[in-house]
Design a binder for this molecule. Sequence first.
Ligand code: MN
Length: 285
Amino acid sequence: MTVRRTLPQRTRSLIGAWCFVDHYGPDDVSVTGGMDVAPHPHTGLQTVSWLFSGEIEHRDSLGSHAMVRPGELNLMTGGHGISHTEVSTPATTELHGVQLWVALPDADRHADRDFQHYAPEPVTVDGARIQVFLGELAGSASPVRTFTPLLGAELVLAPRAHVTLTVDPAFEHGLLVDRGTVSLTGTPLAQAELGYAPPGRDTLTLINDTDAPARVILLGGPPFGEEIIMWWNFIARSTEEIVEARRDWMEGDGRRFGEVTGYDGDPLPAPELPNVPLKLRGNRH
Ligand code: MN
């Protein structure tokens, strides 16, 4: 599949606690075969799955077995360790969505594994239809628990819409354009681009100056004040912790990562570690 990794990038590692933004599709998976990700681990992060089209079957080592569908949030907490599989269903023809990661703060990064599902009721403001899957926007609040304040929402902007949203001035924001072209507080963004707005604003203005609807994902949170190491599917604070997580996974440490049942296939092996210390990343202000 075509995956566009818009975060992290060279000039920015995080937006709030959001540390990874993959945007994929639309792909005709009846031709490409779709998504089939064998058991793999996570630590120190939450994964957020949000689809525009298609369906993915999720299984994890908590025993969760859930379908990821358009308009429904699946949020998995890796904490100290979890493993999971993701497989697009046979009925899926077009697969299109985002895979997002949230870094856990130091105090909570060894939390118990967890899985939450939520289908937000869409709300309408003048010019936009909004589904708030994390945090609060336009009078809609998500009940999903996170470890730092976060915003995550899908907005569909009507043709020629000018939408001003009230936001928390302590938050920085990112705007991923899925379809169309949209300007974020004066900065034009093309399809698949990620815009950034620093903290200190109590409104964000989104403008769709075209005759077609546009679709965006709005992310936000207060700047994450910690540096992290991201390697493969792990987030940690030191190279030693990454080495340990990799070893635990490769040794099949069921205590740390648990076991996924119901998936037909072998777990994914971790890649080889580089021979140099891994780099801490963060956003210094
Ligand atoms: Mn995963």
